[in-house]
Design a protein around this ligand. Sequence first.
Ligand SMILES: Nc1ncnc2c1ncn2[C@@H]1O[C@H](COP(=O)(O)OP(=O)(O)O)[C@@H](O)[C@H]1O
Ligand SMILES: [Mg+2]
Length: 252
Amino acid sequence: MKSVCFSSVKGGTGKSSICILTANYAASAGYRVLVVDLDLQNSATSYYLDSPDEADQHNIATALHSEHLIENIIPSNYPGIDLLASSLDLVKLRAISERTLKCILDSTPLPHDLIFIDTPPTYDNLVLNAIHAADLILSPVAFSQFDFKGALFFQSQLRRETDKLPSWRLLFNFYRPARSENPDSLRNQYESLFRDAFSDTIAPVTIPDTTLIRRSIDTGEPITASTAKAPLHSAIASLAAYCGADRFSGRF
Ligand SMILES: Nc1ncnc2c1ncn2[C@@H]1O[C@H](COP(=O)(O)OP(=O)(O)O)[C@@H](O)[C@H]1O
Ligand SMILES: [Mg+2]
C-alpha cells in the first residue's frame, strides 16, 4: 500500500483536481483506492458522494477522533474508490497530534493498493497528519511568484519540522510548453527559477493547462486517449505510474 498526499500552502493550485483524477485513473486501471479528504472545503467528498449526508456518521474526523479507520470508510460513487470523507468536525481536531493518521494507517490492515490524501491550503497539524502518512508528497505549482514563495516556505518547514523532505516533489500544473527559447520570456524565467531552486525535487511529470480538468470534475466528462484529450490522459497516466499505479487505463 502506497500513500500520496497533495499539499500546498497556496489554494487553487490543483490539489483536489489532480488528486481526484489520479485516484480515478488508478481505480479504472483496476487498483483498489482509498481517497482521504482532509479539507474542510470538501471538494473530493462532494465529488465522490451523491449526498453529503452519507458522511454524517462516518468520516475522517470520526476516524481520527476514535482512531478507528475501517468503520469510517464509506464507498464512493466511483467504482473501485472508497472514501474517508471530510467533515466540519475537522475544526475540532486542529490541535491533533501530527502522527495520528500515520499510526492508525500503520496499525490497520486495509484492502487498498493506494491511498490519495487531499489537504487544505494551509500548514497545520491536520496537513502534517497527511504529510507524515504519505510516502510521496506532491505540491502542484503554477509559474507565479506566490507559488514560488509558497514552495520555498513548504520546503523549509519540511526540512525544519519533519524527516519527509526526501518524499517531497513539486508538480508543475497549468503547464504550457515554452513557445520560444527566449530566456527573457516570463514563462521561461519562472521555469528556470523553479528548476534552479528545486532541481531534483521536481516531479518528472507535468500537468497541462486545459479546461478538460474542470469539465471532467464538474460534469463527469470522461478523459480518454483520443487525440484532443491525449495530453491530459497521458499526463495523468504518467503521474499515476509515478504514484505506483502503472497499469494502463484507456478511460477514466
Ligand atoms: N491543469 C489545469 N488546467 C486548467 N485548470 C486547472 C488545472 N488544474 C486545476 N485547474 C482548475 O483550477 C481550479 C482550482 O483547482 P483545485 O483542484 O480546486 O485547486 P486546490 O484544490 O489546490 O484549491 C479549478 O477550477 C480547476 O478546474
Ligand atoms: Mg482543494
